[in-house]
Design a protein around this ligand. Structure first.
Ligand code: SF4
Ligand code: SF4
Length: 234
């Protein structure tokens, strides 16, 4: 069975929110929309999002790192949000593994949001139905689009290519190779939900800078202080 999913590389995500805004734009005007916003430019903005980026500082000073963590529905292979739905509105498609909500059947009871361990379902306060990532199901099969654009809009928008998309059950797909080669992992596997989306962990990367750049006082990697400039005492 095909299982479409996203693989997100935490090593290269820079937290720019391009995926968040492109998701909002496509899905608000696409067939799966709309996503409500109240007071978007006011003091107390609220709204529905399919995809959010959370930013954490990890480690202990001075050894800290900033980690940007994009999160949306993980299209679990064994999704607990589906069997709890009393109307059958929440379902998993057998042909590609995408988990969807049928808005015509949803009564907004929020059982699914309680069952999801990842907190990715949001009630649309205007339509009073549950919303979540659809993996841009109204885009990835759209034959009017060039084949290269038949991908979730967040994947197309990411400026660092931190988001990969494909079939994790196909061993030769770009996502399966990335999971294999960079030790991709699932979020909270202890819940037994088998999330289809995976994350690639942050890795140590070696910075190779030319000497004159490495010694500059404004270089944050220069932990030994500025390099001596010839003819000048330190
Ligand atoms: Fe359901 Fe949550 Fe899994 Fe998405 S991440 S399939 S909403 S349990
Ligand atoms: Fe089903 Fe809608 Fe209730 Fe969720 S909120 S369990 S999709 S009826």
């Amino acid at each position: 069975m095909t299982q479409l999913a996203l693989v997100i590389d935490l090593n290269v995500c820079v937290g720019c929110h391009a995926c968040v805004t492109s998701c909002k734009e496509w899905n608000t005007s696409g067939e799966a929309g709309f996503m409500s916003d109240d007071n978007p430019y006011d003091r107390d903005p609220t709204g529905t999002f399919f995809n959010r980026v959370q930013t954490f500082e990890v480690g202990e000073f001075p050894d800290t790192q900033t980690v940007h963590f994009p999160k949306s529905c993980l299209h679990c292979e064994d999704p607990p949000c589906v069997p709890v739905c009393p109307t059958g509105a929440s379902y998993k498609r057998p042909e590609d593994g995408i988990v969807l909500v049928d808005y015509d059947k949803c009564i907004g009871c929020k059982y699914c949001a309680w069952a999801c361990p990842y907190g990715v379902r949001e009630l649309d306060e205007h339509q009073k139905v549950m919303k979540k990532c659809t993996l841009c199901v109204d885009r990835i099969y759209d034959e009017k689009l060039p084949e290269s654009e038949r991908k979730p809009s967040c994947v197309l928008a990411c400026p660092t290519n931190a988001r990969l998309y494909g079939d994790i059950h196909d061993e030769e797909s770009i996502v399966s190779k990335a999971i294999r080669e960079a030790a991709g992992y699932q979020l909270m596997p202890e819940w037994g939900t088998q999330p289809a989306n995976h994350y690639l962990p942050r890795r140590k990367t070696e910075a190779k800078l030319p000497g004159d750049v490495a010694g500059r006082t404004d270089n944050p990697l220069n932990i030994d202080g500025p390099a001596p400039v010839s003819g000048q005492a330190r």
